[in-house]
Ligand binder design. Structure first.
Ligand code: PMP
Length: 455
């Protein structure tokens, strides 16, 4: 492997023809990866501390997974769902549904999280039309939140600054506050959080008129938009009960927090949420293929079948075998290596190490999260939780220091007040070991220390 690295060119591509790239930085060229590490063509090693964007669940260079996808590709390039299903697709659907929370027994597979949240909401909207209640068109979403970048998914995302060039957004999206331990403003989040956020949600839906609301969408553990915010105890049981009381359907977006990252395969289960629709992405294929999933209830699909004939949604890459084979191979790897139990065990270690090492440092306001999903929030003033002004680019400078030192993490900005705020997401591959967690935490602490007293 080493000699292969050294013979590769060492050029960088500072400003080529790639559209979506920040032009203020030049990028090293990735060569290959092994487990939690990535290597560039100069042979520099990086710990992939956020698995890209919390994607690479089974690590890099995973032969067990890659070989299985290769085998599938040799069998067939592509088939359309109008003509064929495949072993891979049927197996993935059956295995995901067998373990899914309450009654989710049908699955569709798409290529990204955005497509999947969009399809989930369209599914619910169609269901209400089939039921003769087309006025139930609004969807309640939470702020902060992130559900994707296509126009409907972006409309549903509680990220004001992502939307500034694209308004007006799709109408019929209603917002309520999302649980955010560090910024809840509550004296005792654990004790009072559920009642507080439930009251806000009920006020919202009564103001809008429950009979106009199709669904409520939420990430069980909020991703980078709120730094791995964990709900207060009982939150999702009570949200579920409230939504059922008003006939509102619920959608769990587990694109980031699903597939074992929180220490259970389905984060909804961990937080006692039994959604009507559940969305997975990212870790489901570990980055080995574009793949996401939408899980729904058989009885809802049956209502559509008896009505118009079925869910009105199709895309070219819908359950293509090359995608679903990646999902099956990843699930097999999870099972064979007990990866969810491993993630729960080392995740508890990561959470403890992050808190004990980082919280004493200047400017570390909070460490939040569960399992192998954590958010570290940097603030100018710990007492008042005042964020740094965005113009200081604190998180960008920190991530550049860490990158130089061989640690890659995922940034987030604009969560504190829509503009300011500096957050680092930690979410390594689930295969990470305790020794590798030590390296991650020590490098992150060293980087924050290098930023100094007055970043
Ligand atoms: N939902 C959540 C919770 C996410 O974290 C993301 C991606 N960060 C998405 C949806 C969108 O997924 P994708 O980028 O694959 O379209």
């Amino acid at each position: 492997m080493r000699s292969e690295v050294e013979t590769r060119p060492t050029v960088r591509y500072p400003d080529g023809h790639v559209l979506l790239r920040q032009l203020t930085r030049d990028f090293p060229i990735v060569s290959h990866g092994e487990g939690v590490y990535l290597f560039d063509t100069r042979g520099q090693r990086y710990l992939d501390g956020s698995a890209g964007a919390l994607v690479a669940s089974v690590g890099h260079g995973n032969r067990e997974v890659a070989d299985r996808i290769h085998q599938q590709l040799l069998r067939v390039a592509y088939v359309n769902g109008n003509h064929f299903t495949s072993d891979a697709t049927e197996t993935l659907a059956a295995r995901l549904c067998a373990g899914a929370p309450g009654g989710l027994s049908r699955a569709a597979f798409l290529g990204s999280g955005s497509e999947a949240t969009e399809a989930a909401v369209k599914f619910v909207r169609q269901l209400w039309v089939e039921r003769g209640q087309p006025q139930r068109a609004k969807v309640i979403t939470r702020v902060p939140s992130y559900h994707g970048n296509t126009l409907y998914a972006l409309s549903l995302s509680g990220r004001p600054h992502y939307k500034k060039f694209f308004g007006p957004m799709l109408a019929e999206v209603v917002t309520t506050a999302a649980p955010y331990p560090y910024r809840s403003g509550l004296e005792d989040y654990e004790r009072d959080g559920t009642a507080h956020y439930l009251r806000l949600l009920e006020e919202t839906l009564l103001r809008e008129g429950p009979e106009t609301i199709a669904a409520f969408i939420a990430e069980p553990v909020i991703g980078s938009s709120a730094g791995a915010s964990v709900p207060p105890p009982g939150y999702f049981e009570q949200v579920g009960a409230l939504c059922r009381k008003y006939g509102i359907l619920t959608i769990a977006d587990e694109v980031m927090c699903g597939c074992g990252r929180t220490g259970r395969f389905f984060a909804s289960e961990q937080f006692h949420f039994t959604p009507d629709v559940l969305v997975l992405g990212k870790g489901i294929s570990g980055g080995y293929a574009p793949l996401s999933a939408v899980l729904v209830r058989q009885e809802h699909l049956e209502e559509m079948r008896l009505g118009s004939g079925g869910f009105m949604h199709a895309q070219t890459y819908l359950q293509a075998p090359c995608m679903t084979a990646a999902g099956v191979a990843v699930l097999d790897f999870y099972e064979k290596h007990g990866l969810v139990a491993h993630a729960a065990r080392v995740g508890a270690y990561l959470q403890r190490r992050l808190r004990e090492t980082l919280l004493p440092l200047p400017h570390v306001g909070a460490v939040q999260g569960v399992g192998l999903m954590a958010g570290v929030e940097l603030v100018e003033d710990k007492e008042s939780k005042r964020p740094f002004a965005r113009s200081r680019k604190v998180v960008e400078r920190l991530l550049a220091l860490l990158f130089e030192d061989g640690l890659i993490l995922w940034p987030n900005t604009g969560h504190a007040n829509g503009t300011d705020g500096d957050l680092v997401m930690v979410g390594p591959p689930l295969v990470i070991t305790e020794a590798e967690i030590d390296e991650l935490v020590e490098k992150l602490a060293a980087g924050i220390t290098r930023l100094g007293e007055h970043p």
